[in-house]
Write a protein that binds this ligand. Structure first.
Ligand SMILES: NC(=O)c1ccc[n+]([C@@H]2O[C@H](COP(=O)([O-])OP(=O)(O)OC[C@H]3O[C@@H](n4cnc5c(N)ncnc54)[C@H](OP(=O)(O)O)[C@@H]3O)[C@@H](O)[C@H]2O)c1
Length: 314
C-alpha cells in the first residue's frame, strides 16, 4: 500500500510517499481502507519538530506515519470486534494522542475509536468530522450550559465552526471572532454575534462572558480571561504553558482556565454521528486535495487561513 513516511522531522518535503506493507490488525482492531483523511494544525506542528512529534506520537521510533482523522471502508475485522463488519463505512480519530498512521491507504484502528458513517454523508464530510469536532464536543459538553454567554475564537476554523454549532445546539449565546471575510460563514454556522478581530478589540466590547473557547492562545488568551465573569471558565487549545498574568488573574477571580488535549473516543464519535444524522452538525470542507498532493494540504493548514476543514481524498 501507499503511505507517507516521515523519516525525520522537517519540512513538507520530508513527507515521502512510499510503498509499504499493509498493517496487520490485532483482536480489537479493524483494518480500514482509507477514502478520506482530514488535516489539522497538529499535523503541521508535529512534522517539523522532533520533541513535539515524540510527545504527540508517544514514540521516538522513525519512520512514523502521521495523521489521525479517517473515513473509509472496513476491509478486515479483528477476532474480538463485534460492532463492525467488512464493508461498513466508518470514520473516527485513530490513536490520538499516539501513532495514528492515518496518511495511508489502509489504517489499523482500534474499533473503540470509530463509528459508522451516517447514510448520505460523504467520505470527505465524515473525515472532516473527527479531531476538530471531537475537540469542540469534549470541551463544550461538560463546561457550557443553556443560556451561557460563550466566546469562541477563530469561529471560521476547523474547531471553531463545529464549536459554534455545538454551543448553539446547547442553547448558549455564541459570540465569535474571525476576520471580516469570514463573518457571513460564522453567522451561517449559528453565531449570534461576530467580532472582526482586525477592526475591534474584543476585550473593549465584551464583559461577563461565562466561557471562552480559545483556539489562538498567548495574547488572545490573556485578553480573554479579562472578559470572563468571576468564576467563569476558559479552555485554551494551542498550548498548556499559560502566560503568568493569566495564572494570576485566574487565581484572583476564581477562573477555571484549562488546557485540554482531545482524546480518541468512539462514544463521542457516536454523539457526532447522531448530530450529523439530526442535521445539528454540518461540517464545512473548503479545500480538498488528492492523496499525491498531501503536502499542499499541509501548506494550506500552515497558512492559518483555512475556513472549516481541509481534506485529502485517497
Ligand atoms: N489541544 C487540543 O486537543 C487541540 C485540538 C484541536 C486544535 N487545537 C489547536 O487549536 C488551534 C485551532 O485549531 P483549528 O483546527 O480550529 O485551526 P484552523 O482551522 O487552522 O483555524 C483557522 C482559522 O483561524 C482564524 N484566525 C486566525 N487568526 C485569528 C485571530 N487572531 N483571531 C480569530 N480567528 C483567527 C482564521 O480566520 P481568518 O482567516 O478570518 O483570520 C481561520 O479561519 C490550533 O492551534 C490547534 O493546534 C488543539
Amino acid at each position: 500500500m501507499k503511505a507517507y513516511l516521515l523519516n525525520q522531522a522537517g519540512g513538507v518535503e520530508n513527507l515521502v510517499l512510499s510503498e509499504i506493507d499493509k498493517p496487520e490488525i490485532n483482536a480489537g482492531e479493524v483494518l480500514v481502507e482509507t477514502k478520506a483523511i482530514s488535516i489539522n494544525p497538529v499535523d503541521v506542528k508535529v512534522r517539523p519538530h522532533d520533541e513535539v512529534l515524540n510527545m504527540i506520537m508517544q514514540t521516538e521510533e522513525r519512520p512514523v506515519i502521521i495523521g489521525w482523522d479517517i473515513a473509509g471502508v472496513v476491509a478486515e475485522t479483528g477476532a474480538d470486534v463485534t460492532d463492525f463488519k467488512v464493508g461498513d463505512k466508518v470514520f473516527g480519530m485513530v490513536n490520538f494522542p499516539g501513532h495514528g498512521k492515518a496518511y495511508a491507504e489502509y489504517v489499523a484502528s482500534p474499533a473503540a475509536h470509530l463509528t459508522k458513517m451516517p447514510e448520505g454523508v460523504s467520505f470527505e464530510d465524515a473525515a472532516a468530522t473527527t479531531l476538530a469536532a471531537l475537540t469542540a464536543l469534549q470541551v463544550l459538553e461538560t463546561r457550557v450550559k443553556e443560556g451561557d454567554k460563550v466566546l469562541i475564537h477563530a469561529g471560521s476554523g476547523g474547531v471553531g465552526h463545529f464549536a459554534i454549532q455545538i454551543a448553539k445546539h446547547m442553547g448558549a449565546h455564541v459570540i465569535t471572532t474571525s476576520s471580516a471575510k469570514n463573518k457571513a460563514f460564522c453567522m451561517e454556522m449559528g453565531a449570534d454575534e461576530h467580532i472582526d478581530y482586525r477592526e475591534v478589540q474584543f476585550e473593549d466590547v465584551l464583559t461577563d462572558i461565562d466561557f471562552v473557547l480559545d483556539g489562538m492562545g498567548g495574547e488572545t488568551l490573556a485578553k480573554s480571561v479579562k472578559v470572563l465573569k468571576d468564576g467563569g471558565g476558559a479552555v485554551s487549545l494551542p498550548a498548556p504553558n499559560f502566560p503568568e498574568e493569566v495564572i494570576k488573574e485566574a487565581e484572583a477571580r476564581n477562573l477555571n482556565v484549562e488546557f485540554i488535549l482531545v482524546q480518541s473516543n468512539g462514544e463521542d464519535m457516536n454523539t457526532l454521528k447522531a448530530m450529523l444524522e439530526a442535521g445539528t452538525l454540518k461540517p464545512h470542507v473548503s479545500a480538498t486535495f488528492p492523496f499525491d498532493r498531501l503536502q499542499d494540504a499541509h501548506r494550506q493548514l500552515e497558512s492559518g487561513r483555512t475556513v472549516g476543514k481541509a481534506v485529502v481524498t485517497v
